[in-house]
Design a protein around this ligand. Structure first.
Ligand code: PEP
Length: 250
């Protein structure tokens, strides 16, 4: 059985003070969660978030990591820096980074390798754009994105990563993939992982759905057998909403 994982992606929202406040509100609401709960915060908020989650099961994640260990990469943050700051998870390859910051499948792979080497758990985002779904390329595309991202890891390492299937057309748009669409595409991703890394790894890897997941649709999505959790943008910015998603709003 895979433990569900619900991760909030705050994107570029919340100052350090606001981060501490939001986590303080969230803590009692998710104290009994049966899921792994993660808040992926802006880098500047990490120390405040790490301090604020103390005494709870909430884990802190970052939203990106550079692939080099150190050097002349102005503005970047290494995996060792995140690790020392007590970060456990890191989002890699979010579609906004692919769209606005030139992230490619190859740099996603390099970041994944750097994260795993440093002992961070990557949350690897894959997903198709609207026109790619309409053209029938979804399965091929998510298979390719996933396998490239994992290249260089062994089966044991693959079993521990998190993949987030995020159809780009559903992110921040209010449009959600249907329960069946999300389940089916996540099944395709798991099958691709099984083909390359074996059934045991594929059965252990946690694959989230992301794209306008909220208290209203979480129950149906989480009832699907392939869906192991969610990567939540907008609905992670209010403690009450996020807590409802964490509890699958049962
Ligand atoms: C995301 O940022 O990964 C995301 C899924 O955002 P939203 O929930 O707002 O669609």
């Amino acid at each position: 059985m895979r433990t569900p994982i619900i991760a909030g992606n705050w994107k570029m929202n919340n100052t350090p003070k606001q981060a501490a406040q939001l986590i303080a509100e969230l803590k009692p609401l998710v104290a009994d969660a049966d899921a792994t709960v993660v808040v992926c915060v802006p880098a500047i908020d990490i120390p405040a978030a790490v301090q604020a989650v103390k005494g709870s099961k909430i884990k802190v994640g970052a939203q990106n990591v550079h692939f080099k260990e150190s050097g002349a990469y102005t503005g970047e943050i290494s995996a060792a820096m995140l690790k020392e700051a007590k970060v456990d998870y890191v989002i890699i390859g979010h579609s906004e980074r692919r769209q606005y910051f030139g992230e490619t499948d190859e740099t996603v792979n390099q970041r994944v390798l750097a994260a795993v080497k440093a002992g961070l758990t990557p949350i690897i985002c894959v997903g198709e754009r609207k026109e790619q779904r309409e053209a029938g390329y979804t399965d091929a595309l998510v298979t390719y994105q996933t396998l490239i991202a994992l290249q260089g890891l062994d089966a044991k390492e693959v079993a521990k990563v998190v993949v987030a299937y995020e159809p780009v057309w559903a992110i921040g748009t209010g449009l959600t993939a249907t329960d069946e669409q999300a389940n089916e595409t996540i099944g395709v991703i798991r099958k691709a992982i099984a083909g390359k890394y074996g059934r045991a790894a594929a059965n252990r890897v946690r694959i989230q759905y992301g794209g306008s997941m909220n208290p209203k649709n979480v129950k149906g999505l989480m009832a699907q057998p392939e869906i192991d959790g969610g990567l939540i943008g907008g609905a992670s910015l209010k403690a009450e909403d996020f807590a409802k998603v964490v509890g699958f709003n049962k």
